[in-house]
Design a protein around this ligand. Structure first.
Ligand code: OGA
Ligand code: MN
Length: 295
């Protein structure tokens, strides 16, 4: 157990990254109260777990907003609300669960490819605040690795090469790997390709992390096939079993992760059981190092 200057009690989740933060009710956190200490833990550890929170949508968004602007994907929804309770569920309106070949479930399966969120958006994400509402009896863990630890483990020549590289990202690319029809949905084709540097240096700590995702389809100075092989190899190197923290959800668990320094993926569960997580992403700003990520 360790305590920061602000007396937040933490225990490690994995030797390479991540801490559970104890004795905090996220409803009590404000910009002045506890947020600075939580933000410092976020910058340093990349993944934070808060158990027994049970936030409603309003409380969830209020906590997320402390990190920056809530990512607006309202143009992909009919009701124009900010993105919360969006997508991370197989429950249907009538209280059942969707079929295994339903496009929504295929979308969840696309989340089972190693990724970091929103690299395909004109403004990528800084953080995701994900909370479990309904969890299946077995399976459905979310797995994480640190791409900061991943970067550190690479040979110096490879590190130097990556510092000079960019990757191109496309939302429909990761969806096409699961199902060609899924990839055709407007939701996935509406964003123009993005291009980001392959290494994100955290301006608060100076730590460098590989910035890559299942959405990445091309690398600078390589043809597309060669780039894709390079990207796949890089992800594989960083996601070996010893580097993975698997989070087995309990209802009310809240995870906050640094999209700049981690990869995550969902894992399967018996699809006749309900699983509902609710999420909001926070957009990265210039102060989070975004300006250094443009090619
Ligand atoms: C996400 C995500 C994986 C999961 O919410 O961004 O990738 O385990 N979720 O559902
Ligand atoms: Mn995700």
């Amino acid at each position: 157990m360790s305590r920061t200057a602000d007396r937040l009690k933490t225990t490690p989740l994995h030797p390479e990254f991540g801490v559970e933060v104890h004795d905090v009710d996220l409803r009590d956190v404000t910009a002045d109260r506890m947020y600075p200490a939580i933000r410092a833990l976020f910058e340093r550890h990349s993944l934070l777990l808060f158990a027994e929170q049970h936030l409603d949508d309003r409380e969830h968004l209020a906590f997320g907003r402390l990190f920056g602007p809530i990512e607006d994907r309202s143009n992909t929804r009919m009701d124009g609300k900010p993105r919360i309770s969006y997508g991370v569920s197989n429950e249907t309106e009538d209280g059942g669960v969707c079929d295994e070949d339903d496009l929504r479930l295929l979308g969840l399966k696309a989340n089972m490819l190693w990724h970091t969120d929103s690299t395909f958006l004109p403004t990528p994400a800084l953080a995701n605040v994900l909370q479990a509402r309904v969890v299946p009896l077995k399976g459905g863990a979310t797995e994480f690795v640190s791409t900061r630890a991943g970067f550190r483990a690479l040979e110096p020549a490879m590190q130097q090469r990556l510092r000079g590289m960019t990757f191109r990202h496309r939302y429909s690319h990761s969806r096409a790997r699961i199902d060609p029809d899924l990839a055709k949905l407007d939701l996935f084709t509406m964003w123009p390709d993005t291009e980001w540097r392959a290494v994100w240096r955290n301006p608060a700590t100076g730590a460098e992390a590989v910035y890559v995702a299942s959405h990445a389809f091309a690398a600078s100075d390589m043809d597309e096939d060669e780039g894709q092989t390079f990207i796949d190899d890089l992800i594989e190197r960083m996601t070996g079993p010893s580097h993975v923290y698997a989070h087995h959800w309990r209802p009310g668990n809240v995870l906050v992760w640094d999209e700049r320094a981690t990869l995550h993926r969902g894992t399967s569960w018996p699809y006749d059981q309900a699983r509902t997580l609710v999420s909001c992403c926070i957009s990265a700003g210039e102060g989070d190092g975004l300006s250094t990520m443009r090619p």
